[in-house]
Design a protein around this ligand. Structure first.
Ligand code: AMP
Length: 415
């Protein structure tokens, strides 16, 4: 199948050719025809599957076909809600890219920055508004934005949105949307609370499922080093001696850990930067730009921060720790081998995480290759008192986080 087979209009086809996209990804192949037919879509697709283009292209096309559109001062007819500013920026860039040869205008609004410049663009009129929930509600309350004319509504990364506590904001936004509209709902995972939310938004949706959450792409080589907690930093330096690992996205479970790892690497003259929620917006942007420009070799990120990162042709992902939720592992390694390219996922597993690897293997129905050539193999050496104390604290924290997540997911307490 080619994009030409999907009845896409010429200016968009031209933009896709410029991007050198020739073959639609599976989510694009399935979703674009449905969205063009004005169906509501419930899309379950991981990051990196090409889902942004899957909704951006048909929306641009719908807008181009609007008969009464005022090109000088368009009304905002499409709204995309997404959880983080990084994602919002990327989605905005996608609309600009695919709409390059049309006169469809978009803008992006998010919090944490002055609203003045956003206001100026909004007053000139845009067709497509990409927003994070908080700032959008702010600007609506100030009368700067109205959702009265929205005909196309996209809720992106719904699971992450709920995870970040945006449920009330989302409900408020939905209440302001016109009843008659086309809605598209995307989420990487589909737990019950997400399905319930989708039902309150979508009308007779068609399901589009690409690579269920429990599967990892065969194009990703997965390896694990069984090691000790204290040896991880040296093992990492050892792994990075391999120069073919030109760029890595490295996951750290905690923000504090992310900073520490980046610092250690820098001490060893390995160019690294950390990106997480405690960093200021400009710091995050700078770290990301350095990585995209190839100046930074290792980008250390927490799970939430990494969601907003779109890096083309990422070939390596390293798990500095093993997530206790197996789906998080699937998510993380999905960042490599994007859009059909081959990728590598390397995990560093300490004894206390062995059980996590087992449950991951059960979920993905695959065995992760164990690296034998490992200068820091796992030993059964007993932990010293300080390590033990730290591990007890860590265990407690993980337990709390686990239950907090479970509570959020299920909407009820478990213990
Ligand atoms: P997304 O899942 O929307 O974050 O997209 C993942 C990445 O794949 C982005 O970097 C896109 O630029 C890229 N991409 C999207 N569609 C295609 C395609 N049909 N062919 C090649 N690359 C694509």
């Amino acid at each position: 199948m080619t994009f030409e087979d999907l009845n896409i209009i010429d200016p968009v086809l031209k933009a896709l050719r410029k991007e050198e996209y020739s073959i639609p990804t599976p989510v694009q192949g399935k979703a674009i025809p449905l969205i063009l037919k004005r169906k509501d879509v419930l899309g379950s697709a991981q990051t990196g599957t090409g889902k942004t283009a899957a909704f951006a292209i048909p929306i641009i096309q719908h807008l181009c076909h609007e008969k009464k559109r005022n090109a000088e001062r368009p009304r905002t007819k499409a709204l995309v809600i997404t959880p983080t500013r990084e994602l919002a920026i990327q989605i905005g860039e996608s609309f600009s890219t695919y709409g390059r040869y049309t006169n469809i205008r978009n803008t992006v609004i998010f919090g944490g920055v002055k609203q003045g410049p956003q206001e100026v663009v909004l007053r000139k009129g845009v067709d497509v508004l990409v927003a994070t929930p908080g700032r959008l509600l702010d600007l609506i309350n100030q009368g700067i934005i109205t959702l009265k004319h929205i005909e196309y509504f996209v809720l992106d990364e719904a699971d992450r949105m709920l995870d970040m506590g945006f449920i009330h904001d989302i409900k408020k936004i939905i209440a302001l949307l016109p009843q008659k509209r086309q809605s598209l709902f995307f989420s990487a995972t589909m737990p019950t609370n997400i399905v319930n939310l989708s039902q309150s938004i979508l009308h007779k949706p068609v399901k589009v499922e690409v690579a269920p959450q429990s599967s990892t792409a065969d194009t990703i080589q997965q390896k694990v080093y069984y090691t000790n907690k204290a040896d991880k930093k040296d093992l990492l330096v050892h792994i990075l001696k391999d120069e073919s690992i030109n760029q890595v996205l490295l996951f750290s479970r905690t923000k504090h850990g992310a900073d520490k790892i980046a610092r250690n690497l820098k001490k060893k003259n390995i160019n690294a930067a950390a990106i997480h929620g405690d960093k200021a917006q400009n710091q995050r942007q700078k770290a990301l730009e350095g990585f995209k420009a190839g100046k930074t070799r290792v980008l250390v990120a927490t799970d939430i921060a990494a969601r907003g990162i779109d890096i083309e042709k990422l070939s390596y992902v390293i798990n500095y720790d093993i997530p206790n939720e197996s789906e998080t592992y699937v998510h993380r390694i999905g960042r490599s081998g994007r859009a059909g390219l081959s990728g590598n996922a390397i995990s560093l597993c300490e004894p206390e995480e062995n059980a996590f690897i087992k449950s991951i293997e059960k979920l993905i129905k695959k065995q992760i290759h164990i690296v034998k050539d490992n200068p820091f193999p796992q030993t059964d050496r007993p932990m010293n008192a300080a390590e033990k104390k730290e591990w007890e604290k860590e265990k407690q924290k993980r337990k709390q986080e686990f239950f907090a997540n479970a509570k959020k997911k299920e909407g009820r307490y478990r213990n």
